[in-house]
Write a protein that binds this ligand. Structure first.
Ligand SMILES: *[C@@H]1O[C@H](CO)[C@@H](O)[C@H](O)[C@H]1NC(C)=O
Ligand SMILES: *[C@@H]1O[C@H](CO)[C@@H](O)[C@H](O)[C@H]1NC(C)=O
Length: 384
């Protein structure tokens, strides 16, 4: 069965890394897929043509945040080929960490939160102005990142712009397209419609915008914008918490199309999109993608999710299922052989793989580590 000493050492080595940390996913301006804080390291999976074979490149570099926080999010500033990381450092939540993807270097931008509550904050980075707009406790906040691909010496201010019309109970689901911030699932807004904040006029549109085609639910979920060859973003993917479909909303034609829902139905998963793919990073650390072609309904309806296999290969491999886990050590040099997102539930209950996993056949070792940790705990429990 399990080689207990190996498992125990794996578990002990990993303990400092396993709880509370959220990795994040983003593209660089050349549409290389990047993950940060996965397995305690940062990875470049390259462009879409290289995802299904080989191994992702370790791009872990000094100056990076520890990626030890919850709700870490990453945003591509496309014009500057920079990735901005929010909540990357639990001890310094107001820091914005900037990854210069061309120079492969990190700097840390200080900000003044001015009472912004980051624990309830959902935000988008406006593509054209490079300004974050976000909602926290019914207030709209912004932070102007200027033209930064490296931190400036002075702190930047989060500014409380105004109260939103959506009420204190609204759990924000926000997406950007065409300099309009779209809010989905606001109270009283019907399915298939979204509320809009027009950035250039700092104006909440009084009426919801309706979209024809597939009707997306008026619910909480995740959203991310597709990029365009032309620059401006005009479509975003909405992944509702019910995973009924992935809805692609086009704000030029005001229509909604669909893509298959991801196989990992994890409401804590995070998403990033390029021009031609939507990527999911789930909370077990598994990264998968679905190819996308704007305006091509037949291609999109046939598209299927697949593992970003070169990331799965780069994260030290162990078997993806509990039954075949051998406990062979593939420990990495960091001593964090598994993903950073092993959930508290799986380790605490000592139950089987099912407590972390959500059925993606290509689960990364992060999920299988949960299995191993759980197995270790149950072994330890039975010994004591
Ligand atoms: C993370 O997000 C959840 C859900 O919004 C929230 O309850 C929690 O407080 C957040 N944690 C941190 C550390 O911001
Ligand atoms: C689509 O919706 C936007 C936002 O409400 C609106 O400005 C635009 O006129 C609409 N376009 C069409 C083609 O109806």
């Amino acid at each position: 069965m399990f080689a207990i000493p190996t498992l125990v050492s794996l578990f002990l080595l990993a303990v400092p890394h396993v709880v509370y940390a959220d990795p994040c996913v983003a593209f660089d301006a050349n549409f290389n897929l990047l993950t940060f804080g996965l397995n305690g390291k940062d990875w470049n999976a390259g462009t879409q043509d290289s995802w299904t074979s080989g191994s992702a490149t370790d791009i872990t570099a000094s100056g990076r945040p520890p990626f030890d926080g919850a709700n870490t999010t990453c945003y591509l500033a496309q014009f500057f080929n920079a990735v901005y990381v929010l909540n990357g450092d639990k001890s310094n939540p107001s820091n914005v960490h900037i990854y210069d993807a061309a120079a492969k270097s990190w700097t840390t931008q200080k900000t003044n939160l001015n009472n912004l509550d980051l624990s309830t904050f959902v935000t988008i980075l406006d593509h054209d102005t490079n300004v974050f707009y976000g909602l926290s406790q019914n207030n709209l906040w912004f932070l102007n990142m200027g033209e930064q691909k490296a931190a400036s010496s002075s702190a930047l201010d989060w500014t409380n712009a105004e109260t939103s019309p959506y009420g204190a109970d609204y759990q924000p689901t926000m997406a950007l397209a065409q300099n309009h911030v779209h809010f989905i699932g606001t109270p009283g807004t019907p399915a298939g419609s979204a509320q809009i904040f027009v950035i250039h006029f700092s104006f909440f549109q009084p009426q919801a915008q309706a979209y024809s085609g597939a009707t997306f639910p008026a619910s909480h979920g995740q959203a991310t914008s597709f990029f365009q060859d032309s620059g401006v973003q005009q479509e975003f993917a909405f992944i509702p918490d019910d995973f009924s479909d992935v809805y692609v909303i086009n704000v030029e034609t005001n229509t909604t199309a669909t893509l298959a829902a991801p196989s990992s139905k994890d409401t804590k998963a995070r998403y990033a999109a390029s021009i031609t793919a939507l990527v999911q990073l789930d909370s077990s650390g598994a990264v998968s993608f679905i190819p996308y072609k704007q305006g091509d309904a037949s291609t999109n309806s046939a598209a299927k999710w697949a593992s970003v296999a070169n990331i799965a290969a780069a994260v030290p491999a162990s078997s993806a299922s509990g039954s075949s886990a051998t406990g062979t050590s593939h420990g990495s040099s960091t001593g964090a052989p598994a993903g950073t997102r092993v959930s508290g539930t799986s380790t605490a209950t000592g139950s089987s793989a099912s407590s972390t996993g959500s059925g993606n056949g290509a689960m990364s070792t992060a999920a299988s580590f949960g299995t191993i940790a759980a197995a270790v705990l149950s072994v330890l429990a039975s010994l004591s």
